[in-house]
Design a protein around this ligand. Structure first.
Ligand SMILES: Cc1cc2nc3c(=O)[nH]c(=O)nc-3n(C[C@H](O)[C@H](O)[C@H](O)COP(=O)(O)O)c2cc1C
Length: 246
C-alpha cells in the first residue's frame, strides 16, 4: 500500500453509530487488536489490555449502564445556555447505537506501567501531569484499532467511557480495581450510510517555519467556528443526523 492508498483509508474511516446484524469474523477482530498492539506509546510501556465482548446480553447490560449515566449527563447539560447545548446530550432515552454491534472491545489500561517513563514526563513538564502520556498511549491504541477496522471495511465507533458508567462496566466484566476502563471500540457493519464529515481546511491549520499570526483565531473566530461546526457537522456530538437516526 502506498501513501495515497493509506490516506484514502484515513479519510474513509467514519465513526459509525448504528450497526446491522452482520457478524464480524474472529480473524478480523484479531487484526483490529493486532493493530492496537502496535500503537506508539511512551517508553514502549504498552499498558493496554482488551476485553472482547460478543455476548449480546452483556453488550446490552453495558448499553443500559451508558443510558443510565447519560441521564446524569443530560441533567448537567441543562445547566448550559440552551444555544450551547450539545444535541447529543439533549436526550438520554435513546438506546446507544453500539447495542447492536456484534463486537465490543473494551480498551483497558494499567497505570502501574507509569514507572517506565522518566519522572519529568509525569509531573514536572507538560500538561496533564502523571496521566498525560498514559492517556495518549490509550488514545493511540484506540485510534489504530478504528483505523484497521476501516481498512478491513468494518464500521467502528470510539466510545468514551466516563466516570458515570465505568464502575458499572467494571462490575459487569469483573475488571480488577487497578485496571482502568478507558474506551470501547464497537465493531460491526453500518446500518446506514454516513454523511461526509467536515474538516477544517488544512491551510488554516498549518504554519510554516514559525507560527503565522495572521492565522491566529480570536475569541470571536472560535465562537464562529463552534457555531459553524454545529451547522456543518454531520457527526456525533454536534448533530444527530449521522448516528443512523432516521
Ligand atoms: C477522544 C475522543 C472521544 C470520542 N468519544 C466518542 C464517543 O463517546 N462516542 C462517539 O460516538 N464518538 C466519539 N468519538 C468520535 C468523534 O465524535 C468523531 O471522531 C468526530 O466527530 C469526527 O467524526 P468521524 O470519526 O466520523 O471522522 C470520540 C473521538 C475521540 C478522539
Amino acid at each position: 500500500m502506498n501513501g495515497d492508498e493509506f490516506l484514502e483509508i484515513v479519510k474513509k474511516r467514519r465513526s459509525i453509530r448504528a450497526f446491522d446484524s452482520k457478524p464480524v469474523s474472529d480473524e478480523d477482530v484479531q487484526k483490529v487488536l493486532e493493530a492496537g498492539r502496535w500503537a506508539m506509546c511512551g517508553a514502549n510501556t504498552q499498558p493496554w489490555e482488551y476485553i472482547v465482548v460478543r455476548d449480546k446480553a452483556v453488550i446490552k447490560q453495558i448499553a443500559d449502564a451508558k443510558k443510565l449515566a447519560y441521564s446524569e449527563k443530560y441533567e448537567l447539560e441543562q445547566t448550559k445556555l440552551e444555544e450551547l447545548r450539545v444535541i447529543q446530550c439533549r436526550s438520554f432515552e435513546k438506546e446507544p447505537g453500539f447495542v447492536d454491534a456484534p463486537v465490543l472491545i473494551v480498551v483497558c489500561g494499567d497505570r502501574r506501567t507509569f514507572q517506565a517513563t522518566c519522572l519529568t514526563a509525569h509531573f514536572i513538564i507538560g500538561e496533564g501531569g502523571l496521566s498525560a502520556s498514559y492517556l495518549k498511549n490509550m488514545a493511540n491504541t484506540t485510534q489504530l484499532m478504528n483505523l484497521e477496522a476501516a481498512a478491513l471495511g468494518i464500521g467502528s465507533e470510539w466510545i468514551s467511557v466516563g466516570k458515570l458508567w465505568e464502575t458499572e462496566i467494571r462490575k459487569i466484566l469483573d475488571i480488577p480495581e487497578v485496571i482502568d476502563v478507558h474506551t470501547m471500540v464497537a465493531l460491526g457493519y453500518p446500518s446506514y450510510t454516513p454523511k461526509p464529515v467536515w474538516k477544517r481546511p488544512l491551510k488554516d491549520m498549518v504554519h510554516y517555519e514559525k507560527y503565522d499570526r495572521s492565522k491566529y483565531r480570536t475569541a470571536e473566530d472560535i465562537h464562529k467556528f463552534l457555531f459553524e461546526l454545529r451547522r456543518k457537522s454531520t457527526t456525533g456530538y454536534i448533530n444527530l443526523t449521522d448516528d443512523g437516526e432516521k
